[in-house]
Design a protein around this ligand. Structure first.
Ligand SMILES: Cc1ncc(C[n+]2csc(CCOP(=O)(O)OP(=O)(O)O)c2C)c(N)n1
Ligand SMILES: [Mg+2]
Length: 351
């Protein structure tokens, strides 16, 4: 792999981290409303997958999609402005954090409903297959989303019709607060794809180079016309499920009461803890994807400390400018909202 590609992937991860941490700050200051699901910890997945993709591929994502949108090439200004609900946002301020969209870049949306991405992907992939072009549709979803009925219906049809889909599971081991052993009968997500004869692999989602390689291989098979592929990337989110998840729904007194007694809740917590990864397991999984990539590049003599500082500074500056841009952008009007409804009616969406 070219040095430039590695530097570019590292930069995208740094930008992603800086963007999301800043979005969190803007949220707490009241500049972003609604739900805000952030991506720190998971950067290697979006960056590795989307660097391996072609601009002609389509991307369908979830509500945790800011970084997918950024790596896809939507300008940080337009993404931040959308988070702010402003007119210069990529969905003209009418979508917000969970509904980023950019037709020209074939970013076919973030979706708030868990499991909604599969049927949308299927429809796009069917259109692509009819046009017989070497394009693929990349479908992102979380580990919790594989328990939805649409997952099974869509995988079955995708395999049956040999559709050009890359299913990408971002397994961060949690569905909101529920750990995977508690929400899924099969904790190795990739095994589910075997039920539909879809080739599937589990890959370290904290290693951007491994993610890139696995995606390239999978996309090559898809372009050969052999049908869908499935990749499960094991990753971890460093923050809560969303910014709306501070845990304040439990009165302090109640929590303290449970903590201070030896009641069944304590036993249940201990039992739960047995399913959580031990510190040794976490350490064995390796460091943060950004730290890992930085070490890799330093060891290979590909990046000096000064260059790394410059990349970080550039990312911070781009994010600062995006926030300024979002602040200055006007609010959309009700007339614009109505016009958007009208213009979407019956419109051709695919390019
Ligand atoms: C159909 C549906 N049910 C429930 C929800 C509420 N909900 C939002 S996110 C989420 C958890 C999804 O977890 P996962 O797929 O693992 O994605 P992650 O948030 O970990 O990225 C749930 C249950 C929803 N948005 N849609
Ligand atoms: Mg999850």
């Amino acid at each position: 792999m070219e040095r430039e590609t590695k530097v570019s992937m590292l930069y995208d991860m740094l930008l992603a981290r800086a963007f999301e941490e800043r979005a969190a700050r803007e949220y707490t200051q009241g500049n972003i409303a609604g739900f805000l699901h952030l991506y720190p910890g998971e950067e290697a997945v979006a960056v590795g997958v989307l660097h391996a993709a072609e601009p002609s591929d389509y991307v369908v994502s979830t509500y945790r999609e800011h970084v997918h949108a950024l790596v896809r090439g939507i300008p940080p200004d337009a993404v931040m402005a959308e988070l702010f609900g402003k007119r210069d946002g990529c969905s003209r301020g009418m979508g917000g954090s969970m509904h980023l969209f950019d037709r020209e870049r074939r970013f076919m949306g973030g979706y708030a409903i868990v499991g909604e991405t599969y049927p949308v992907t299927l429809g796009i992939a069917y259109a692509v297959a009819m046009r017989e072009l070497p394009e693929a549709v990349i479908c992102f979803f979380g580990d919790g989303a594989v328990n939805q009925g649409t997952f099974h219906e869509s995988l079955n049809m995708a395999a049956l019709w040999k559709l050009p889909i890359l299913f990408v599971c971002e397994n961060n081991h949690y569905q909101i607060g529920t750990e995977i052993h508690r929400h899924s009968a099969v904790a190795e997500v990739y095994k589910r794809a075997c039920g539909y004869r879809i080739p599937a692999r589990r890959v370290n989602g904290m290693d951007v180079l491994a993610v890139y390689q696995a995606t390239q291989d999978a996309l090559r098979h898809i372009r050969e016309g052999t049908g869908p592929q499935f990749l499960e990337f094991e990753t971890y989110r460093f923050r809560g499920h969303s910014m709306a998840d501070p845990g304040t729904y439990r009165p302090k007194m109640e929590v303290q009461a449970y903590e201070s007694t030896e009641d069944p809740v304590v036993v249940a917590i201990e039992e739960t803890l047995q399913h959580y990864p031990t510190p040794e397991q976490i350490a064995a999984a390796g460091p943060d994807s950004i730290a890992r990539m930085t070490t890799h590049m330093n060891d290979g003599g590909l990046l000096s400390a000064q260059e790394l500082d410059r990349l970080k500074a550039r990312a911070e500056e781009i994010v600062e400018r995006a926030v300024e841009f979002a602040r200055r952008s006007p609010e959309p009007t009700m007339e614009e909202a109505r016009a958007a409804l009208e213009c979407n009616r019956g419109a051709e969406v695919l390019l």
